[in-house]
Write a protein that binds this ligand. Structure first.
Ligand code: NFS
Length: 627
């Protein structure tokens, strides 16, 4: 077993850019150069364009905007707007899933695949299940879920899943999120001209609107995706561009909402479709994925992962992609013009994400099957348009075992349980490993890529360092794909671990980096942390567990950061969230929030130091517990 190096990933990209040069294609590598240096006002968060008396930019000479707002108010308002946009995005994804659940039917396009989970949630929400048809229950649960977005009174239902202590902190500090849409619109209200300009309430609202995402919209997105498509269990797959096949029709799914990608995968397996592909000269159909939608179908179906965020253009540059099919979020508008340099069809499907130079096929739960068939047929018909002289698929790929939902993790933990003392079906065996020091702690590695950091380098190097120090990793999003691409999700990667973690990997038969899904699935991680706290009798903030997004870039990532911190988990970032212009805001985010939620952010751009700081924090938490 040999890991893939980041250098090998880069060499593959360079080779693809040569193809790009032949056809005059643009790429992010060039656009970054054109955009550097980035605007310093924006980067430090001191530019305000909330009203047309401005835009105002705060400098030493002009310390206040026209309205008199100082730099702290401006930076904090920008931070809150950034967070609210991320919360809105995840939560609207969650809403689509609730809508799809509402439309499930025995003979419909979407069905209930995990009735047990649905019934569990129905009971949790006090919805009647006795002797009822499962689809009637699904209908009621979905309707109730949809009201979580706009209910006039009360806080989010899922907050009750948190440990008592966490709930009390939220109550005491007015952080418990009300209706999801209300938290987002309140954030916009607070940041309107002439409303809040004090940092503390603005940062508080950031946490609250983040919590509306993590414990509201994202959590519903995850839970009801599991209900409709199955709760993930460990499954083998492969990762990196080498999963695309030169002989087959390649369809690449990209985006976030599994309602689309599930349907594409379903119908691409249809013997009639495969026969049609053969008629057109291909040997078969390969569906692979990028970004979070890829994580969704990898976790549930073992569909291979072609790559992560900054590889999306590479997919088209292989010259072997018949269709790149997208739904929402993290899609480069660059794919439009780029696809025109090749035979690739760039298919947009959501009214939320419409882009120039794409074929728009509106995807809808009611017509999902026909939509999926139309898209697959379009890709097959496009096979003959390939230009063989442009085809080059890098041979790189690695094996990965994915599918570690919280439920699946609890199950594998039974493998390390001491059957004499440990309760089966709980997180107690993991707590035992941590207490005894066999494992020092856990890190949740998540988030995007960002050209400001050598792509995948931070994810991969940090993970290697942490597992060598007996720290187990749970991972999601593009971070998880970085791990899978280099081989860190191959069970044989246990040899890179310290002796303790290696033993645990052997006993539980797991890789040292556990794939927990997409970014909305970070809600799985806060549930896991809650279970650990409940099973150990500790507060979440006492656990030797931290979160890390070393290469993050999007508004969604900041919303996640807010709810992870808001849940009591210290969070480490490799990129500054555009707040360095205000020392007051920096102090709040890196320390002040501790007074409310017992956790805060650390920003460190030196990746090696970032790793050291996480290990230090984990050891501090262990010392405080006397373990
Ligand atoms: Ni999440 Fe980042 Fe996008 Fe997924 Fe990837 S870029 S915030 S990891 S695909 S959402």
């Amino acid at each position: 077993f040999k890991m893939t190096t980041v250098e090998e990933l880069e060499a593959a990209t360079d080779r693809l850019l040569e193809t790009g040069a032949k056809v005059g294609a643009d790429a992010w590598q060039f656009r970054v150069k054109n955009q550097t240096p980035h605007c310093k006002f924006g980067e430090t968060g001191v530019c305000c364009k909330i009203c047309t008396m401005g835009p105002c930019r705060v400098t030493k000479k002009s310390p206040r905007g026209v309205c008199g707002c100082d730099v702290h108010g401006i930076v904090a308002r920008n931070f809150l707007r950034f967070t609210a946009a991320g919360s809105a995005t995840h939560s609207d994804h969650g809403r689509e899933i609730c809508n799809t659940l509402y439309q499930t039917a025995e003979d419909g396009n979407y069905k209930v695949k995990d009735p047990e989970k649905l019934l569990r949630i129905a009971k949790e929400w006090e919805i009647d299940t006795e002797g009822r048809d499962i689809y009637d229950v699904a209908h009621d649960v979905a309707y109730t879920a949809l009201t979580e977005y706009g209910k006039p009174f009360g806080t989010q239902r899922f907050l009750k899943r948190a440990p008592k202590h966490t709930q009390e902190l939220w109550e005491k500090n007015e952080l418990a999120p009300h209706a999801i849409d209300r938290e987002v619109s309140r954030s916009l209200h607070m940041t309107h001209m002439g409303c809040s300009s004090k940092p503390a309430p603005l940062i508080k609202q950031s946490i609250r609107s983040g919590l509306a995402d993590g414990w509201g919209g994202s959590m519903m997105g995850t839970e009801f995706s599991d209900v409709m498509f199955g709760t993930p269990k460990p499954i083998d797959t492969e990762a990196n561009l080498g999963v695309m096949s030169e002989e087959n029709v390649n369809i690449v799914v990209h985006g976030h909402d599994p309602s689309l990608s599930e349907m594409i995968c379903e119908y691409a397996d249809d013997p009639k479709m495969i026969a049609y592909a053969k008629e057109k000269g291909a040997k078969g159909i390969t569906v692979s994925g990028i970004c979070c939608t890829s994580n969704e179908v990898a976790m549930r179906r073992g569909v291979p992962m072609a790559g992560n965020f900054l590889q999306q253009e590479n997919i088209v540059l292989t010259g072997a992609c018949e269709a790149i099919v997208v739904d929402v979020q993290c899609i480069f508008p660059a794919l439009g013009p780029l696809s025109k340099c090749f035979h690739t069809k760039f298919v947009t499907t959501s009214p939320v994400a419409q882009m120039p130079d794409s074929d728009f096929i509106r995807f809808d739960a009611k017509t999902a099957a026909e939509n999926a068939k139309e898209i697959i047929k379009m890709a097959i018909d496009n096979f003959e348009n390939r230009k063989p002289e442009l085809v080059h698929i890098p041979k790189l790929k690695q094996k990965a075992t994915v599918g570690y939902s919280t439920e699946a993790i609890v199950k594998v933990l039974d493998g390390v349980a001491n059957t004499q003392v440990d309760e089966m079906g709980t997180t107690k065996p993991l707590i035992e490993c941590i207490t005894s020091g066999v494992i020092r702690g856990a890190v949740a590695m998540v988030g995007c890529n960002n050209p400001k950091i050598r792509p995948d380098y931070a994810h991969v190097e940090l993970m290697k360092k942490l597992i060598a120090n007996d720290i187990i990793i749970i991972s999601s999003g593009c971070s998880a794909q970085a791990a899978a691409k280099v081989g860190l999700m191959d069970k044989r990667a246990k040899d890179l671990c310290g002796a303790g973690l290696k033993r645990v990997c052997e006993l539980a038969d797991i890789p040292p980096v556990l794939h927990m899904g997409s970014c909305v699935d970070i809600s799985r991680m806060v549930i896991l942390a809650s279970s650990l706290a409940k099973d150990s009798g500790l507060n979440i903030s006492q656990l030797p567990v931290v979160g890390c997004a070393p290469e993050w870039m999007s508004e969604k990532a900041v919303s996640i950061g807010n709810y992870v911190v808001g849940t009591g988990i210290d969070t480490f970032l490799g990129i500054d969230p555009c707040v360095s212009g205000s020392d007051e805001v920096v102090d709040l985010l890196t320390g002040g929030t501790k007074d409310w939620v017992e956790a805060s952010f650390t920003v460190e751009k030196d990746i090696d130091k970032l790793g050291d700081k996480m290990i230090e924090r984990i050891e501090e938490k262990r010392n405080a517990l006397g373990i």
